[in-house]
Design a protein around this ligand. Structure first.
Ligand code: ADP
Ligand code: MG
Length: 332
């Protein structure tokens, strides 16, 4: 048995005769029994990687194994060991929750009595008991996502790929899914999860890699990534957006690290903490720019991403149907 649940080496994938390079040589190792995060903005190559690992798509070059089996030469062995659930629920709208799971069970050639037992167990665990006999059409987005996850788990796969499982969900549904994922891992499942929500990676993933434009730009634990930034975030609130723009110009010289402006709030990553805050105040005071507020905080993974790429994860984020979830929740 391979030491790693998933191992990818120099995986390259191009599209359109090489004009699109979705993955430019990605290597990763997913230890057994934990949640491993593949973090990156929209278009960074997350889904392409998951599709390669789940044998849907072949790599242009490079190799990958799942549970020790090669995704190209031993796809059937790989498929027997994985479950896949994603951003777009694949369940049938015109069937009930229970019918969907039974159908998946028979497609997987699982034994009939096992299928019914397993389906009921999953519906129960995922809070879908009351909705089990209702058409999926009537389900909320969160319920569909949970049912989809249940479908991926019917055959009890030891390795689960979750491709942006909470994108577009409201905060409560997201929390519900997080608890479910944590429960699965406690039960021994290995999870490879893609996300563009840094808070999600922070909460769930022991280790993660950060993808940007098909390349890994950072890896480690979320704490390691935050520590590598080695800094504090100085957050300044101004009375107007004009003041904020001017304020940023004035304090920009304090730090070579990334700065960010959003409305009336300017955030600057600094090394000095309190001394940088004092210097910012002196400079703003000298230029007669008034402040409405100032805080110092620990960097979040958002800040790490900004520092590595010069842009925020959500800048290229997808449109979702729920405005309240468009922007990943930032760590306090
Ligand atoms: N079938 C395809 N044909 C052409 N380009 C594709 C295809 N699939 C993905 N891409 C491109 O590859 C890049 C990575 O896409 P994807 O893996 O879906 O990123 P992510 O899941 O991180 O949003 C994007 O530029 C996307 O447009
Ligand atoms: Mg994707």
């Amino acid at each position: 048995m391979s030491e790693f649940a998933v191992e990818a080496t120099n995986v390259v994938r191009t599209f359109n005769a090489g004009s699109v390079q979705a993955l430019k040589g990605v290597s990763l190792r997913v230890p057994r029994g934990e949640v491993f995060g593949l973090l990156g903005p929209n278009g960074s190559g997350k889904t392409t990687m998951v599709r390669i690992l789940s044998t849907i798509l072949a790599p242009t070059s490079g190799t990958a194994t799942v549970d020790g089996y090669d995704v190209v030469t031993q796809p059937n062995e790989v498929r027997r060991r994985i479950g896949l659930a994603g951003q777009y629920a694949t369940v049938d709208e015109n069937l009930t929750g229970l019918e969907n799971l039974r159908m998946i069970g028979s497609l997987n050639h699982l034994e009939k009595s096992f299928v019914l037992r397993r389906a009921k167990q999953l519906l129960d665990e995922f809070g879908l008991n009351d909705a089990a006999n209702r058409n999926v059409k009537t389900y909320s987005g969160g319920m569909r996502r949970r049912l989809d996850l249940g479908a991926a788990l019917m055959a009890r796969p030891p390795i689960l790929f979750l491709d942006e499982p909470t994108t577009g969900l409201d905060p409560q549904s997201r929390q519900d899914l997080w608890s479910i994922i944590e429960g699965l891992v406690e039960g021994g499942t290995t999870v490879l999860l893609t996300t563009q929500y840094l808070e999600e990676a922070d909460r769930l993933c022991k280790q993660l890699v950060v993808l940007d434009k098909g390349t890994i730009i950072a890896e480690g634990t979320s704490q390691e990534l935050k520590t590598s930034l080695g800094a504090t975030v100085l957050s300044l609130t101004f009375h107007s957006t004009q003041d904020a723009t001017r304020g940023l110009e004035i304090i920009r010289v304090i730090s070579a690290k990334p700065a960010n402006i959003e409305g009336t709030v300017v955030e600057l990553t600094v090394d000095g903490g309190p001394s940088s805050a004092a210097e910012a105040l002196r400079r703003l005071d000298a230029a007669n720019v008034a402040l409405a507020g100032l805080t110092l905080r620990e960097p979040s993974l958002d800040d790490v991403f900004l520092s590595l790429t010069g842009h925020k994860t959500e800048e290229e984020g997808p449109a979702t149907d729920d405005a309240s979830t468009k922007r990943p929740v930032r760590n306090p």
